[in-house]
Structures are given as structure tokens and as C-alpha cells.
Design a protein around this ligand. Structure first.
Ligand code: BG6
Ligand code: MG
Length: 222
């Protein structure tokens, strides 16, 4: 029986996926590495350091830097990112998300957040939606990043529900893999084919996430 919804943050609740992209692009320019939107799909849901490794690998430069230098570069990206998220307000919730959260809550399901970002608590605060969440699990509190299931499993555990009773919602391939590895029903938001193929249900945009349809698909699957 369905008991909880676990949301990814960047790219599902708000469009910070775009800010991560812009921040990496800026760092890339400083390093002479060009990052386009197609390549960026492979960075979604991926941890800060692993993202940097993938970017450096584009120019076969992942072995040119020590861990210390990589940490310096990753921090630089994060400075760009933190500057960009200063402008986030409740108006930046993606279409339909506020009413979906309110609808889930008034139907007495639990709501969790499973984010790969260490900036998740700051973004949630800027969006002023902290009150909707029964638990918030972010990158700072898990050992293994997506596609490992840890972050989704921890959110379920903290809400006292089993994995089979959860619906996970993601915009990243690594995230859908994480949800499936956790044994949950996976909903993909986006048009990327590789992403959609791995999910149990897909929508193109957040305003197509409707509570009754999510419940229906979950029940048909189970
Ligand atoms: C994920 C984003 O939510 O968090 C990734 O999809 C990002 O793009 C990752 O790299 C880590 O975020 P942060 O804020 O800890 O650098
Ligand atoms: Mg995401």
C-alpha cells in the first residue's frame, strides 16, 4: 500500500538543474573545457566531485589534477552555484509542484526529499517549502551517491515506511537507477529517452504530475 512520496530536488521541485549547468559551464570556460546541454544530462544527479571528474575526462585531464586541486575546483564551482541560488524564491517552484505537495499532504501521505546536493537545505529554505517534508536527506548525510539507493532508502527509513510503499520522483538517470535499486516505484520527469526507459512511469513536465494518476500507476504496477 502506498504510503510515501520521495522527491529529488534539482530539476524536479525547482529548476536549479539549470544553475548547476551554468556554474559548471563557467568553471569549464575557466579550464578551457566546453560543456553543452547534451553532455550536461550526464551530470544530473551526480555528486559534485564525480561531476568534476566527468568534465575533466572530456579533455582526458582527470589525472592531471591532485585531489586537493580537484577539491579547489569543485569549491569554485560551488561558489558560482551559491551565487546563482541567491535569486531563488517561492516563485521558482516548477509548475504544479506546490499544489502536488499540498495535495499529497492533505491526503495524508508522507513526503521525503532525497537530494544529491549539499545545498539542498538552503534551496528548500529559499523556496519556503520545508513544512511539507517529513524528512530531508541530502548528500551531506549519505556515504554513497546516486545511483546507489542509500539516499532513497534512508528517506524511507526515516519516515518509517518500507521501500515498496514509496514512489520516487526524479529527472536524472542516476536518480531513476537509485530509486529502482531501492526497490521503489520510479517516476521520471523529462524527455531524455535513456531516462524514460528506466522508469515505471514518465511525464514530460512537472505540471503533468497528478496525484490520482500517480496512485493509479502505482496500483497497476503492484
Ligand atoms: C544534484 C544535482 O542534485 O546535486 C547535480 O543534480 C549536483 O547536478 C549534485 O552536482 C551535487 O550538488 P552540490 O550542491 O552538493 O554540489
Ligand atoms: Mg535532479
Amino acid at each position: 500500500e502506498l504510503q510515501a512520496f520521495i522527491f529529488d530536488l534539482d530539476g524536479v521541485i525547482t529548476d536549479t538543474a539549470e544553475y548547476h549547468f551554468l556554474a559548471w559551464k563557467q568553471l569549464g570556460e575557466e579550464l578551457g573545457i566546453k560543456i553543452d546541454r547534451e553532455f550536461n544530462e550526464r551530470l544530473k544527479g551526480v555528486s559534485r566531485l564525480e561531476s568534476l571528474n566527468r568534465i575533466l575526462a572530456l579533455n582526458n585531464r582527470e589525472t592531471n589534477f591532485s585531489l586537493e586541486e580537484k577539491e579547489f575546483l569543485a569549491t569554485k564551482k560551488n561558489e558560482h552555484y551559491k551565487e546563482l541560488i541567491q535569486q531563488v524564491t517561492p516563485n521558482d517552484l516548477l509548475p504544479g509542484i506546490h499544489s502536488l505537495l499540498a495535495n499529497i499532504k492533505s491526503n495524508h501521505y508522507k513526503i521525503g526529499l532525497a537530494s544529491a546536493s549539499k545545498n539542498a537545505p538552503a534551496v528548500i529554505e529559499k523556496l519556503q517549502i520545508g513544512n511539507f517534508f517529513d524528512t530531508i536527506v541530502d548528500a551531506a548525510t549519505v556515504k554513497r551517491s546516486k545511483p546507489d539507493p542509500e539516499v532513497f532508502l534512508k528517506a524511507a527509513e526515516q519516515m518509517n515506511v518500507t521501500a515498496e510503499a514509496c514512489i520516487g520522483i526524479e529527472d536524472a538517470e542516476a536518480g531513476i537507477e537509485s530509486i529502482k535499486a531501492a526497490g521503489m516505484f520510479a517516476v521520471a520527469v523529462g524527455t531524455n529517452e535513456a531516462l524514460r526507459k528506466k522508469a515505471d512511469m514518465t511525464v514530460e513536465r512537472t505540471n503533468q504530475l497528478k496525484l490520482n494518476e500517480l496512485i493509479k500507476s502505482f496500483q497497476m504496477y503492484n
